[in-house]
Design a protein around this ligand. Sequence first.
Ligand code: HEC
Length: 428
Amino acid sequence: MFHRFIVDISPIIFKNCTPCHRAGESGPFELMTYEDVKTNANKIKFVTQTGYMPPWPADVSYTHFIGERTLTNEEKELIKVWVANGTPKGEASKIPLPPVFYIGSALGKPDLVVKFKEPVPLKGNGADHFYVIKLPMHLPKDTFVSYFEFVPSQRKLAHHINGHLINYDPLKKKDTEGGLNHSLDAFKDYKELYGKMNILNDDGSFPVLTPNTVYYLPGYTPPSYPVGIGGFKTNALSTILLQNIHYGPSNNDVLDSSYINVFYGPRPKRPIYETQLGTFGISKIEPDLILLPNKIQTFHTQATLNGDASILSVNPHMHLLGKSFWAFAVQQNGDTIPLIKINKWDFRWQYYYTYQHPVIIKKGTVIHVYGTFDNTDKNPFNPNHPPKVVTQGEGVKSMQTTEEMFQFIFTYLPYQPGDENMDLSKHR
Ligand code: HEC
């Protein structure tokens, strides 16, 4: 066996590594060329043998998702033998071209890029920061948008972003530019803040707001769905309001100049709904989420669906003390539908996992979610030494990285016959 980069190794790297290990993405170095891979060969062998890379926390023996990134044992072995053989290149004339990516987006070339109007200053005081930020948009006409993709400039700090789309009626709003572009989230009265940020209509009324249009967590790329599924009607005069942008702590003062890629699309035929169990959600966590020091504890939450739903994607969410996560559904006839299992929680990789075909959940089905948290010294991510009591905290600040959350978010369509055959990997 004499494995060569060109034949055996490059397809594995290009498929599983290069999407992140390239200019503008999260990987700390590029894996685009033979030389890149050769230079990092020993590290690559190590991280693939240990399963640290590619990061894919979901258990693939439980459920499968689109874009799954895991190596087979055979692929891991190929890399190992190739490194042991001194990283042979193969016939230079047959070098495959690295895949072509669009720099600055995981989805391709956007139709429009909307940048922060001014950079957001983040103090290096070791504390979390919560901002409210507005990004006014001027589109050529009223249209439909399939995706808003948030691209962080401070990837290590951007923890969680949730943004809304505001559509203005030009008769009610002359100018969307003036006012504060951003504000620290330390205020009591939203109406007052929106006034200062020039978000309200000219007569002081609230404009029309479409919630949760922009979303981001570490490792997240917006799931893309088939034509007509999801998407947003967007007025020529509109604004993205990042209502909750949460930056993790840093020890240096930095500026964040993130941006949003806008992808136009066809008129949405079926809007996507999103719901969540657990923290801030429709179901109660039992027992209350109080993590005692030096303990490993498991919590449960459940909800019953009151209509037939076609589940498109799922997003488990916990913070640093998460240890494992498991969600499944039990139908009225007793059958169990597996949803997702994460055996080794990793705070750094929180995807929206999209099924190849929607998972059909009938009315009356109960969704069960179990989350285990490790508040001992053995948890390498535990921010507290010695460990202390950790809870959900209060209000917005409960999203502090060092507080905990236990959430199961899912996106779905109200069921229509044939949904079970819809192929969610075929899009746009
Ligand atoms: C989803 C994005 C993503 C994918 C896919 C990915 N990486 Fe990474 N990789 C990262 C990020 C981000 C880091 C730095 C943070 C960390 O180490 O956790 C990293 C770190 C690394 C490191 C450095 C570890 C260290 O501490 O020195 C190596 C080596 C590596 N990746 C190799 C690979 C290989 C090989 C693949 C494919 C088999 C791969 N990565 C796939 C995002 C990715």
